[in-house]
Design a protein around this ligand. Structure first.
Ligand code: TXA
Ligand code: MG
Length: 320
């Protein structure tokens, strides 16, 4: 089947009110027609997600921002022009056409144009926005491959489009443009500095009311996760092995090279830089569970660029 035939099939599934998992450059999404309340309700049920936790509505192109958002401020327009298609989600006032099931009953909506050819082909062919949270059960690690979606959601999704491994690997940056000042609610590949540069000023982080992706207990594997300094790794790993833990380690190659600890320790990932760290992070956490690892010891990357987002997700995985 050509990609196009597969996309046609996906559109038929969406029109019938079905759920289609699809790749984006960040992570895989669990998609439903954003105007179909029944299908959207099923997304919440399949994810096991509370009904007041809003979904991201994916658009085919930036020009749709003003159709699905209302009173869209200049800041959102400028950010869309700079980063769409791309790993950036904009929160703006919801237009009347937006389903309040998708927004979790909120009067704001999260919008994004993903930078993945298959996602864009699907959005274009469907002709209507697609609401999609990450295609994992609530609180679990986001999938970065089609196989990970199938393993997590199985028969609860009607069709999975396979677009290979996600290039970015962590969820989009969420920027709230709906209030008096612009705030970054979730760090991602589009950094706070990049947002500030486009807007020509300082940008705050964190929101007045935390969004669900910002719960402390998110993005967690079954294994316990602990963040450690590179210098403390060997000692911590040795102690855990002595306590009969199956230990997996994750960190920049330069940090892990210094000392891994005992032989029994499994290396889950040793990326060369922050960008590669983001790309392998969720696969490494899933691998830990597949291997029956009890404890993941992770050395966070330096907090610059996408490293901020990686450190953020590790902190949340560890907070469980
Ligand atoms: O990269 C991504 O953003 C992926 C791909 C599939 O696009 N999607 C994703 O969706 O991560 P999800 O549902 O796992 O996370 C959506 C986040 C949640 O933290 C939610 O709180 C926030 O978006 N969000 C959605 N609508 C919002 C709103 N109106 N105000 C504030 N936050 C909102
Ligand atoms: Mg998610």
């Amino acid at each position: 089947m050509t990609v196009t035939a597969e996309v046609e099939r996906a559109v038929m599934v969406l029109r019938r009110g079905g759920l289609v998992a699809f790749p984006t450059e960040t992570v895989y999404g669990l998609g439903a027609d954003a105007t179909d309340d029944e299908a959207l309700t099923r997304v919440f049920a399949v994810k096991g997600r509370p009904a007041d936790h809003p979904l991201i509505v994916h658009l085919a192109k930036a020009s749709e921002l003003t159709r699905w958002g209302s009173d869209v401020p200049d800041s959102a327009q400028a950010l869309a022009a700079a980063f769409w298609p791309g790993p950036l989600t904009l929160v703006v006032s919801a237009g009347p056409a937006v389903s309040r099931v998708a927004t979790g009953g909120h009067e704001t909506v999260a919008l994004r144009v993903p930078a993945h050819p298959l996602a864009l082909e699907l959005l274009e062919a469907h002709g209507v926005p697609i609401a999609a949270p990450s295609a994992n059960r609530f609180g679990r690690v986001s999938p970065t491959s089609a196989a990970a979606v199938v393993r997590d959601l199985g028969g609860d999704v009607d069709l999975v489009l396979d677009g290979g491994s996600c290039a970015v690997g962590v969820e989009s940056t969420i920027v709230d443009c709906s209030g008096p000042d612009v705030r970054v609610l979730r760090p991602g590949a589009v950094t706070t500095a990049m947002v500030a540069e486009v807007l020509g000023g300082e940008v705050g982080t964190g929101g007045a009311t935390p969004a669900p992706g910002t719960l402390a207990t998110h993005y967690a594997p079954v294994a316990r996760v602990e963040t450690v300094d590179a210098a403390a790794m060997a000692e911590r790993a040795t102690r855990a092995v002595a306590d009969r833990c199956r230990v997996g380690v994750l960190g920049l190659a330069a940090d892990l090279d210094r000392s891994l600890g005992p032989d029994e320790v499994v290396t889950l990932g040793a990326p060369r830089d922050g960008v590669e760290y983001a790309r392998v992070l969720y696969a490494a956490l899933r691998e830990a569970d597949a291997l029956g690892i009890d404890l993941v010891l992770a050395v966070p990357p330096p907090a610059d660029g996408i490293g901020v987002a990686v450190a953020d997700r590790l902190r949340r995985a560890a907070a469980r």
